[in-house]
Design a protein around this ligand. Structure first.
Ligand SMILES: Cc1cc2nc3c(=O)[nH]c(=O)nc-3n(C[C@H](O)[C@H](O)[C@H](O)COP(=O)(O)OP(=O)(O)OC[C@H]3O[C@@H](n4cnc5c(N)ncnc54)[C@H](O)[C@@H]3O)c2cc1C
Length: 460
């Protein structure tokens, strides 16, 4: 059966909220397309396939859907986004657009940020100086990237004075999950601006979970082994059985792939293996604190950085959606080392950091605390991808189908929206359309990458 582009798109739209598990199979059997991983990319891919009435299997290693975009409602009694929280560029973000179509509200994130200098906030002139130097730094990175790929740290202007550490942190660990010495200037410059954001009161993960409605997901079903050169298609081994598919879309993170969580038989071609190794995951962790009665005297969703003089620093998102939940974010090498030391030390760091900046004993003020350790999540093993120097083209390499049977998708497989939920969604959607086309299920051409306005300012 083939469907034309119009009916295909109409069916996909109809599948927007409820979709009665079209064509899904249990944990073993024959399907048209198998999808490995039910994060943003896997959900988008499965929705596309389901909308064509083709048989699919959606395998998720974990016991919940969402991957790096999940909302926990029990730890604090309010929605807490354990992974992604910022809905970047809501006007063009596919998840935000779907939320709007389905009457699920989002609201604009406040623009701008506060900078703490010791126990006071930066004055207007100081803020202007910081912002001007940030913009100059991004321009210097973009100028360098036009000539050759070097690390962002090498491209930074030399005269950033006592703002250097702050700029290093905001552009590096806070935006990319890696120190700037490990971030490719080309990858950084290619990424789309992310300076207009929205939030959801039910959490970003809460939104994503709504769009899984009707999809049949095999939870707790890791794909252990994928044979991808068989004459009939792809064979996937799980603890619950064998799935045979005409095509497979693998959305596991590059961290999980590099760690060999899935055994490919035969080994993947060197081209794909090299691409995976050039897109390692960085480190980005939340330290979430319940701080009743607003001891920081901040507004809902206020963002704060400190003017720091070393790498032991963080970003604060205060009073999330008007609740008493405050999130201290750490990243890069410092964040990774801290996370390795465990949750208790992470919470200690966050309370001491806030205490130094605001002068109270936050140990006593914190009602409840929780910290993520994504670097150690067995099916993810990190935060989000960031290309090594020279590694940016690897994102495009991973878009190529392998043997017309195997597709990779996920945040790492997007040239401009890498490291985001929106990018992962677009990538999963694109892989599904391509795979459906290759197996003759649809006649539509692959979707074009939308052209978006580009600006220099990338940091939030
Ligand atoms: C702390 C943190 C904060 C972030 N903040 C933001 C933000 O504010 N805004 C934003 O846009 N993005 C943010 N991101 C990035 C964003 O979360 C990711 O880019 C996006 O969620 C990735 O989606 P994905 O589908 O590519 O991968 P994933 O979400 O990792 O999904 C892959 C799925 O595959 C499963 N899997 C892996 N191996 C197997 C296997 N062998 N068999 C079956 N299943 C398997 C995994 O369990 C997982 O569920 C953040 C990430 C982190 C970690």
């Amino acid at each position: 059966m083939t469907v034309n582009r119009r009916s295909f798109l109409a069916a996909a739209a109809a599948a927007a909220v409820t979709n009665p598990a079209l064509g899904a199979v249990p944990a073993s059997g024959d399907v048209d397309i198998a999808i490995i991983g039910a994060g943003a990319a896997g959900i988008a891919a499965a929705r596309r396939v389901a909308a064509t009435n083709r048989r699919y299997a959606l395998l998720e290693a974990n016991d919940v859907v969402g991957g790096r975009c999940i909302t926990n409602n029990s730890i604090f009694g309010v929605p807490y986004d354990v992974g992604a929280h910022w809905i970047h560029m809501p006007d063009i973000n596919p998840v935000a657009k779907l939320a709007k179509q389905n009457g699920l509200p989002t609201y604009a994130a406040p623009r701008g940020q506060r900078i703490r200098i010791g126990r006071r906030y930066a004055r207007e002139g100081e803020l202007e100086e910081y912002l001007a130097l940030s913009v100059r730094s991004e321009r210097a990175i973009a100028d360098a990237a036009r000539k050759a790929d070097i690390s962002c740290a090498q491209a930074l202007p030399k005269d950033l004075g006592d703002w250097r550490s702050t700029i290093d942190f905001v552009l590096g660990p806070y935006s990319c999950g890696r120190d700037l010495s490990e971030v490719s200037a080309v990858d950084f410059t290619k990424s789309d601006e992310r300076d207009i954001d929205a939030f959801s009161k039910i959490g970003y993960g809460g939104l994503l979970a709504k769009f899984t409605g009707g999809l049949q997901v095999q939870l707790g079903t890791p794909a252990r082994r994928i044979e991808w050169t068989g004459r009939q298609g792809v064979e996937i081994d799980t603890a619950k059985g064998v799935i045979r598919a005409r095509a497979a879309i693998v959305t596991a993170s590059t961290g999980a792939l590099a760690a060999g969580k899935i055994k490919f038989i035969p080994d993947l071609p060197k081209r794909q293996q090299d691409a995976i190794s050039k897109l390692p995951l960085g480190s980005y962790e939340h330290i979430a604190l319940d701080l009743p009665d607003n001891p920081l005297a901040l507004q809902a969703d206020d963002l704060m950085f400190e003017k720091s003089n070393n790498t032991h620093t963080a970003g604060l998102l205060a009073n999330v959606s008007g609740t008493s939940l405050c999130i201290v974010d750490v990243g890069g090498k410092f964040g990774r080392d801290l996370a390795v030391r465990g949750e208790e030390e992470m919470v200690d760091f966050a309370t001491k950091w806030l205490g130094d900046l605001y002068g109270s004993n936050f140990n006593k003020l914190v009602k409840r605390a929780s910290a993520t350790r994504w670097y150690n999540e067995p099916w993810v093993l990190g935060s989000f991808s960031c290309a090594t120097v020279g590694g940016q083209p690897s994102r495009r390499v991973l878009m190529e189908p392998v043997n017309n049977r195997l597709w990779f998708a996920g945040e790492a497989v997007h040239e401009t929206l890498w490291g985001t939920v929106g990018g992962a969604w677009e990538s999963g959607d694109r892989a599904a359309v391509d795979a459906l086309r290759r197996i003759g299920a649809i006649a539509a051409p692959p979707p074009e990458t939308p052209q978006r306005p580009r600006v220099q300012q990338r940091a939030r």
